[in-house]
Design a protein around this ligand. Structure first.
Ligand code: GUN
Length: 282
């Protein structure tokens, strides 16, 4: 039987720690503040943004949700970001992705002051992560590292295999596992003999966005399996990228979906906002 890594419980513990630090900071007269910009009417994005606001409230932070119309021009969005960059009560700025097609995402991300880039999506913050000197780490990969740490799992000397090479999860988690002294292999859609590679993994991170893709025969006995997937089945149920029924019996530890990696992402965003206020806030 695998140890079930309880992301909800670990997330609640970290949020309690953040809330205590926020309370202390408020006594000193400073309240961490997060601005979340959403452009357009994407229903999933609206849910994510609402949850980010609720997360701030839970830990005592200030938050401001800025909803802009689908027709907003890139110049208007850049002007809003410039205004938030100057505000002393806002320490973190997040622009919810995806953006409408007429807006250049890269230009928008780069317009956010790196000191307020709590998603850690800006090239300079990605570079700092590569060097091991980052103030903020991207939220989902940082959440995975916390889950491992708080479950007593070290990557040191381990065979770590990541399936997926996105800029938001695959590439950064590979980098963080490397920084933690793992031996890291990144697999993707062109990888040959995928199961042969995944069966080597002591720690397997799956972030490809294909429901129930990794099956028991692809996993070594005793592996730690981290499922970053979030897929909606035809019956409406959420499922990960890992076929839990066949993988769990072989794993030594596994994250469930929902309730594994998912709850950690916003928690790490809150922590990054706190860090921004501590490090750079006036
Ligand atoms: N859209 C999906 N995930 C994310 C995220 O982590 N940050 C932002 N800004 N947009 C997203």
């Amino acid at each position: 039987m695998a140890h079930i890594i309880d992301g909800k419980k670990i997330s609640a513990e970290i949020r309690a720690e953040i809330a205590a630090d926020v309370a202390k900071m408020k006594e000193g007269g400073k309240t961490p503040g997060l601005a979340v910009i959403i452009v357009g009417e994407n229903p999933a994005s609206k849910v994510y943004v609402r949850n980010k606001g609720k997360g701030c409230e839970e830990v005592g932070m200030y938050s401001e949700i800025i909803a802009m119309a689908e027709e907003t021009t890139e110049a208007e969005l850049l002007a809003k970001i410039a205004e938030l960059n100057e505000r002393c009560d806002i320490h973190g700025i997040l622009v919810q992705l995806p953006l409408p097609k007429h807006i250049n995402e890269r230009a928008v991300i780069e317009a956010i002051s790196p000191e307020k880039d709590v998603d850690a999506f800006a090239p300079v913050n990605i570079g700092e992560m590569m060097l091991g000197t980052a103030a903020f780490l991207p939220c989902t990969p940082a959440g995975i590292m916390e889950l491992l740490k708080r479950s007593g799992i070290s990557a040191e000397g381990k065979e770590c295999v990541v399936i997926g090479r996105s800029n938001i999860v695959g590439k950064p988690i590979a980098q963080l596992l490397l920084t933690a002294n793992g031996t890291v292999t990144i697999c993707h859609s062109r990888t040959k003999n995928l199961a042969e590679v995944t069966r080597r993994a002591d720690i397997l991170v799956v972030a490809i966005g294909k429901a129930d893709f990794v099956t028991g025969d692809m996993v070594k006995e005793g592996a730690v399996v981290i499922d970053v997937g979030m897929n909606r089945r035809a019956d409406g149920k959420l499922t990960g990228d890992v076929d839990y029924a066949t993988v769990e019996p072989k794993a030594s530890a596994i994250t469930p979906v929902p309730g594994g990696v998912g709850p950690m992402t916003i928690t790490m965003l809150l922590r990054n906002t706190l860090t921004a206020a501590e490090k750079y806030g006036k």
